[in-house]
Ligand binder design. Structure first.
Ligand code: COA
Length: 163
């Protein structure tokens, strides 16, 4: 069964992960655990519980803010004028030999679920992502992410209203 777990260097083989994107490989190999400890970003990995050392995919999340100017006219309605609190999906990657089998979508669903859970404790209006390139931006647009006014590769997904 596929499960998403907090990155644990004692269990998960970080060096064995390869998604073909050097910056995303390097982040997991060298920085993710350090950033997690320092409270800079949290990293969660997807593994098969029968082989928990092999990282199939991962994502990193951090607190961030967006300018109201970056939202579409419709999304701006009823929001205060000060910066909008959001969660930044700082990184998302699936291992090369696992790509195209729905894991990216499953990780994204997990991110949204986690952010909705966090919203009971902290204001998080949307999920923000900096896509590495147009191909990645196309992946996010499929799930309702829209480009910010400032940059077509910076996209956001409003998390809707609760209660
Ligand atoms: C981009 C990435 C995370 C997608 O994960 P994945 O597991 O390969 O994607 P999935 O199998 O879950 O695909 C879900 C849907 O998105 C589509 N999709 C996948 N990659 C896409 C892309 N680059 N552009 C548009 N659509 C894409 C798939 O065709 C699938 O649609 P379908 O169900 O109609 O066939 C993964 O390919 C990856 O890690 N790539 C290298 C690193 C990278 O570029 N990360 C993005 C960083 S910003």
């Amino acid at each position: 069964m596929l499960v998403v777990q907090r990155l644990d260097g004692r269990v998960h083989d970080r060096k064995g992960f390869d998604c073909s994107e050097p910056s995303l490989n390097r982040y997991l190999h060298e920085l993710a655990s350090q950033h997690h400890r320092a409270g800079v970003a949290t990293t969660h990995v997807m593994v098969d519980d029968m082989l928990p050392s092999k990282i199939l995919g991962y994502y990193s999340l951090a607190a961030a803010q967006m300018s109201l100017r970056d939202l579409t006219q419709a999304d701006k309605r009823r929001l205060p004028r000060h910066p909008i609190p959001v969660a930044r999906l700082a990184r998302l990657a699936v291992a090369l030999d696992e790509q195209g089998h729905g894991l990216g979508e499953a990780l994204l669903q997990d991110v949204v679920k986690r952010c909705l859970g966090l919203r009971t404790e902290l204001g998080i209006h949307a999920l923000l992502v900096d896509a590495l390139h147009e191909r990645a931006a196309a992946f996010y647009r499929r799930y309702g992410f829209r480009a910010t006014a400032a940059d077509a590769l910076t996209l956001y997904l409003p998390l809707g209203s609760t209660g």
